[in-house]
Design a protein around this ligand. Structure first.
Ligand code: PMP
Length: 432
């Protein structure tokens, strides 16, 4: 995308990036296409702030798309990573840090008796599904429209996040035979789950769910919905997979499963547990995880799995995540959400602020959506204007209506107040 105005370092870098990477980026949402702005090049972060290649500072709500729960460059995490780096990087055998981080996760999530580290959330979900299929001897999986579970072939059908941002229903290059194994249902629609199991008795390997959707913006489950899926899967002999790549250690140490008191069969994790370094993990009962090679017949591997630097960053991050810090974070996000809703009301902008715990989204829609289809009805053009107006005042929001905001524990009362202040003008500008 051409950048107009005076030449800047950002513009020059963007031009070079466009000659290298598809769309100029290494992950689609970074291209800022749906907000009609040239992409940012970010080169530094500290606490709640990031700086672009021209030295402009922004209050950041992208939060590295989830990992940065402590804010950027937290000193104890930086120290742990530097110390680990001094001892070499990947060494090619089990490192003590893998055991320590594994034990911390096991202690926080009782459903995880055994786990395996991967290098990304995508790999974690892909592998968990392989285990579910192996354990049940079934092929079909159920997902919910507007959720995102990474970019494995069978999971790109009616997905959220970048797939929704680009307004595509899936991805080219996915064989029909693979897409045909995925049944996509509306989130929060218990009846359709029941019907799918009636239609395909003893054929569904797993239901995979983001317990709180955070990839169409934030959409919490309606009371009883997750319980219904738990009961329905159990009755049919299918497995329930909670994709807690976002919610794990974000809604609290025990994630959504602790919050809702539901024990999934398999859990996938990523983001926060790696403190900003590449990571993923999947876990569940000893019986299920013993199916994984070399203990069992399900193959899954990774040269860089359990990378010592990721483990070190994860351990240092988890060490900071105490119950009182979660409480403070949630209170601060509640203040932010309340302030934004108030600012929207002052300008009579048709806006709903959805929040679940520390996750939130400003929807340009008069009511918060209950499923992915309703989220897609939000006014993306208004969001784009809002995004641009906020950016101009130094507040960096996710560059898509369909991404959750990730305020961090380093966002102070002054950052929240500045954000609400900026939003007063931005809501007016969003009206077009
Ligand atoms: N599951 C969920 C719920 C996610 O939000 C994401 C990434 N946003 C993934 C899986 C995939 O993780 P990764 O990008 O690390 O592959």
């Amino acid at each position: 995308m051409a950048i107009t105005g005076r030449p800047t370092r950002t513009a020059a870098l963007v031009e070079r990036a466009e000659r290298l990477f598809p769309g100029g980026v290494n992950s689609p949402v970074r291209a800022f296409r749906s907000v009609g702005r040239p992409p940012l090049i970010l080169e530094r972060g500290a606490g709640p702030y990031v700086w672009d290649a021209d030295g402009r500072r922004y209050v950041d709500y992208i939060g590295a798309w989830g990992p940065a729960i402590l804010g950027h460059g937290h000193p104890s995490v930086a120290k742990a990573v530097s110390a680990a780096a001094a001892d070499g990087f990947a060494l090619g055998a089990t490192h003590p840090f893998e055991i320590e981080l594994g034990e911390a996760i096991q202690a926080a999530m009782p459903s995880i008796e055994r786990l395996r580290f991967t290098s990304s959330g995508t790999e974690a979900v892909m592998s968990a599904i392989r285990v579910a299929r192996a354990a049940t001897g079934r092929d079909l999986i159920i997902t919910f429209a507007g959720a995102y579970h990474g970019h494995a072939d069978g999971l790109l059908v009616e997905a959220g996040s970048g797939v929704a941002t680009l307004a595509i229903s899936g991805s080219r290059g996915v064989p029909e035979a693979v897409a045909g194994q995925t049944i996509v249902l509306p989130f929060n629609d218990a009846r359709s789950v029941g019907l799918a199991f009636e239609r395909h008795p003893a054929r569904i390997a797993a239901v995979i769910v983001e317990p709180v959707i955070a990839n169409s913006g934030v959409i919490p489950p309606q009371p009883g919905f997750l319980e219904h899926i738990r009961e329905t899967t159990r009755a049919d002999g299918a497995l329930l997979v909670f994709d807690e790549v976002i919610t794990g250690f974000r809604l609290g140490r025990g994630g959504a499963q602790e919050r809702f008191g539901i024990r999934p069969d398999l859990t996938t994790l990523g983001k926060v547990i790696g403190g900003g370094m590449p990571i993923g993990a999947y876990g569940g009962s000893a019986e299920l995880l013993e199916l994984v090679a070399p203990a069992g017949p399900v193959y899954q591997a990774g040269t860089l799995s359990g990378h010592p630097l990721s483990m070190a960053a994860g351990l240092a991050t988890l060490a900071e995540l105490t119950p009182d810090r979660y409480e403070e974070l949630e209170a601060r996000v509640a203040t932010l959400a309340h302030g934004l809703a108030g600012a929207a009301a002052e300008t009579e902008a048709p806006v709903a602020v959805a929040r679940f715990g520390p996750l939130m989204t400003v929807f340009f829609r008069s009511e918060a959506p209950r499923d992915g289809a309703e989220a897609l009805e939000a006014d993306r053009a208004a969001y784009a204007r809002f995004f641009g107006a906020m950016l101009d005042t130094g507040v960096l929001l996710p560059p898509s209506q369909f991404e959750a905001w990730f305020p961090s524990m380093s966002h102070g009362a002054a950052d929240v107040a500045a954000t609400v202040d900026a939003a007063r003008g931005a809501f007016a500008r969003a009206r077009g």
